[in-house]
Design a protein around this ligand. Sequence first.
Ligand code: MSP
Length: 656
Amino acid sequence: MEKKRFYITTPIYYPSDKLHIGHTYCTVATDAMARYKRLTGCDVMFLTGTDEHGQKIEDKAREAGVTPQQFVDNIVTGPRGILDLWKLMNISNDRFIRTTDDYHVSAIQKIFKKMYDKGDIYKGKYVGKYCKPCESFWTESQLVDGKCPDCGREVQDAEEEAYFFRLSKYADKIQHLLEDTDFLEPRSRVNEMVNNFIKPGLEDLCVSRTSFTWGVPVDFDPGHVVYVWVDALFNYTTALGLYNDKYDDYDKFWPADVHFVGKEIVRFHSIIWPAMLMSMDMPLPKKVFGHGWLLLDGGKMSKSKGNVVDPYILAEMFGVDALRFFLLRTFPFGSDGNFSNEALIQTINVDLANDLGNLLSRTVSMVGKYFGGTLPVDQSEDAEKDGELVGMTSALRGRYEEQMEHFAFQNALAEIFKVIDRANKYIDENAPWVLAKNMETTGPRLARVMYNLLETLRVCAILLTPFIPQSAAEVLRQIGADAACSDWDSAGKWGALPGTVTVQRGNNLFPRIDAEKALKELEEAAAAAKKAALPDLEVEPQLEEKVDFDTFCKSDFRAVKVKDCQPVKKSDKLLRFVLDDGTGVDRQILSGIAKWYKPEDLIGKTLMAIVNLPPRKMMGQESNGMLISAVHTEKGEEALNLLILDDKIPAGAKMC
Ligand code: MSP
């Protein structure tokens, strides 16, 4: 029988910065769904990729002094880049598209031309507002308090000759699609789209730009590049082979079963995308699911706000599976959720270490201890005592499936953990250590108790595979489940594990985390990462305000020779200098440079001082003037360097 097909996508990510845990959330969720569908026997296509064009990338590349292509290559394929991150997170995508790939670029040109030839794209003049970080055009009426309605940032005036897509023509059809079908989920997002965008009147969409060049060129009108969202949205089809020879899966996999997208890009996926597909006479995707955001301290994570969480640090510290699990166990997929390191550690300790990890290690070690690792044939059931656990485990696949089919990852995991909890209680109720005291009479009962526990672990591990693939495989290995009893069919059957199974002891899957120690390490790692992200060297910007020459000449700068230099008692910062300033009378200056110099190293040096400042008291001592230093910032820390002059310069020489 031909396998059922399932095509699922993540948004394609902007390689304008390294990705954070919010991006990882969406990709891990998509991966769990793709793995679940493969588990159930579907022929799955899982696509992700990168959205590499647009003004933001062009600007960032210029700032970095590289070409836009070099800039995106570094973030996509460079060390700790996007591809490395997906490998680390064990993402099982079947395909990865980059919108700078040649096949995609030429396909977009054909698609643009097709909509133009149809009359759905026409030339006009764009006057409006543009949000650079979001690459979005807005009309005045769509702004919120004069700012971008998506990200709340300042928008710019924009006016240029441009091509427009007749979005208005499709307004009724889109409203019907949203209101009368299950195209967009969760349902709450439908009202938002209809009330905020469709009811106020859908305006035609500006789909080309002339003010920058980093994009797909409109081949029939040089100077125009295709609006980055048109370029980006069609990735879902060019990656299957639409208008190109690179792939040949369009007929097999289009329309997509579901696009997973973050809530701020639901507008593009549920209004603009179906309208363009209607224009192209192409089938619409079956569903768009708008998931919530991972928040940090109540706000959206973003590099520009400086509040991002680095998935590399977390995965390296706690393990990839633990991080994947946390993301899908803790937050309902359709709503926002607050990320915190404390919650992450708690989830690992409670669910993984305590509940699942303990159930596995207790069961496997008891089978080893009481039966030498292999269960005997002679086993004795107790319907009354076993009924609830057997019933719950047997019904688990159905309950889980119901949740997974609605993308309710959190609920699906909750169903599994109800069974794991029940199994842990079952151990206490049946007290295997008591049964083991008299193996001759209660040995068969003990064997059955152990079998029931292994069977429960088997079903749970199979269903956990989409979430924690490596650990679930290790559970199955340790309980002695071979491939024949580790598949979807067998997850729905009680008793698939052979009665005389042999277990294999292994490492503790999820060691308990010392929360205090881990939180401290995370803080240190975050501080180090923040420091590493700072510019190596920074100097203060130059002052705009001009001073006239006479004012400048009023400052009396002189060469001074250091006769003595000592630390100032009770001060970490100050050094006390005794200086020859050429007047024959010693001058005392206190300077806050103790952090950078040893006093003895400065004796005999010729420095520069301003000598006509009014005297100032510091730590009870008088300072007459100020030594001149160069100041800059190195990796976020201030650095001071005294201006040390040539020894030939006599004390008292005026600087001008
Ligand atoms: N390039 C567009 C998508 C084009 S799809 C045809 C884009 N890229 S993005 O890199 O800015 O975001 C990619 C996805 O990451 C979006 O779905 C966005 O919602 C998601 N997330 C970014 N930050 C997030 C959180 N803090 N939490 C959850 N998801 C977040 O948009």
